[in-house]
Design a protein around this ligand. Structure first.
Ligand SMILES: CC(C)(COP(=O)(O)OP(=O)(O)OC[C@H]1O[C@@H](n2cnc3c(N)ncnc32)[C@H](O)[C@@H]1O)[C@@H](O)C(=O)NCCC(=O)NCCS
Ligand SMILES: Nc1ncnc2c1ncn2[C@@H]1O[C@H](COP(=O)(O)OP(=O)(O)OP(=O)(O)O)[C@@H](O)[C@H]1O
Length: 290
């Protein structure tokens, strides 16, 4: 069997892949409740140009994250360095958006995955596992402050939010979004329909603190049941699935419910799908020679 030398993707390439994934997630339309090419969804302070500007503003942070992970062995030192860069990235995002939180959750999830790939993880599962170990390490420099919306939702409803999703090695990315994306492609769905179905599959299962904070457990049930219904109707690529999706979009916009955590995890799946893993390259070369 051919064994191909695996050149680790450069920090610049990983930052490109992370920004492209955020842009692809933002452009994907029609997404229920989320910002997309049609407008702000459940948000009255966001639109697509703002999301794209925010993604671009995060490029230096992703590059610094990758460089730090290339140079520093995984451990508390790296975790604390990522915390510093993550908080700087957050400030760059807020500068670019005039103070609006467009991508905080996405920077957290993608930042950890970028660090894992830059640190040498080979394959989606390995990357999610390495990211989980980093997420679980302590960071002495977390500033004390007001509890975030997510923190309040966690205390009130006992859910784990973005932090636990990372500490558990991104089960909704590895076990839900990626398999659904690949199954959709294998079934011959168009790329947008395969991505929308992957998003809906995550929405149908995730305890999203973004939704809980705005709509409580009733709002979360509406998101989860609505997404499940679209999939049961045949998914975004069918007429009845599309009709159910548009109904869900109307309902989420009317109730101001935004499944932001699911948007973040779709972007994370698109990132992992874009990384040129050695075994995928190997399969492509073998298929080419057949
Ligand atoms: C952990 C983070 C998200 C902050 O936690 P916090 O409780 O304040 O955030 P909160 O729960 O409000 O969620 C933020 C966002 O995460 C997303 N989210 C919500 N629920 C989920 C979920 N179940 N799974 C994944 N993402 C989710 C949503 O987009 C939400 O808006 C992160 O911003 C952080 O701690 N950053 C510090 C910098 C750092 O350490 N970075 C290191 C890696 S770059
Ligand atoms: N396409 C998208 N549209 C909207 N949000 C998205 C999208 N993709 C990802 N997100 C995520 O959703 C989060 C936005 O959440 P939200 O608007 O609830 O922020 P907040 O400032 O915590 O709450 P609020 O707006 O209620 O004050 C971001 O952190 C971002 O990572």
């Amino acid at each position: 069997m051919t064994v191909i030398e695996h050149a680790r993707p450069s920090a610049a390439l990983l930052a490109d892949a992370a920004v492209l994934s955020l842009c692809a997630e933002a452009r994907l339309s029609p997404k229920p409740g989320l910002v997309d090419a049609r407008g702000g969804g459940a948000h009255d302070d966001m639109d697509l140009p703002l999301m794209l500007a925010s993604a671009e503003a995060l490029r230096p942070a992703f590059r610094m994250i990758a460089q730090a992970a290339e140079r520093t062995p995984a451990g508390v030192g790296l975790r604390e360095r990522l915390g510093v860069i993550g908080r700087l990235g957050d400030r760059a995002m807020l500068r670019a958006t005039g103070g609006i939180n467009t991508h905080r959750g996405a920077l957290w999830s993608l930042g950890l995955l970028v660090a894992a790939v830059a640190g040498g993880a080979a394959g989606e599962r390995a990357a999610a596992g390495d990211a989980a170990r980093l997420a679980a390490l302590p960071d002495r420099w977390v500033p004390a402050g007001e509890p975030s919306h997510g923190e309040r939702a966690r205390r009130r409803y006992g859910t784990g939010g973005a932090r636990r999703e990372a500490e558990n090695a991104f089960p909704h990315v590895i076990g839900v979004a990626l398999p659904r994306l690949w199954a959709g492609r294998a079934a011959g769905l168009g790329e947008d329909s395969a991505r929308l179905d992957a998003l809906l599959a995550v929405m149908s299962l995730l305890d999203d603190t973004c939704v809980l904070h705005r709509g409580g457990p009733g709002g979360l049930r509406a998101v989860q049941h609505g997404a499940r219904r679209v999939l049961d109707e045949g998914g975004a690529g069918t007429g009845s699935g599309r009709a159910a999706l548009m109904e869900l979009d109307d309902a989420l916009r009317a109730r101001r419910l935004s499944p932001g955590g699911s948007g973040d995890l779709l972007a994370a799946a698109l990132f992992l799908d874009r990384v040129p893993w050695p075994e995928r390259l190997e399969q492509e070369v073998l298929a080419c020679g057949r």
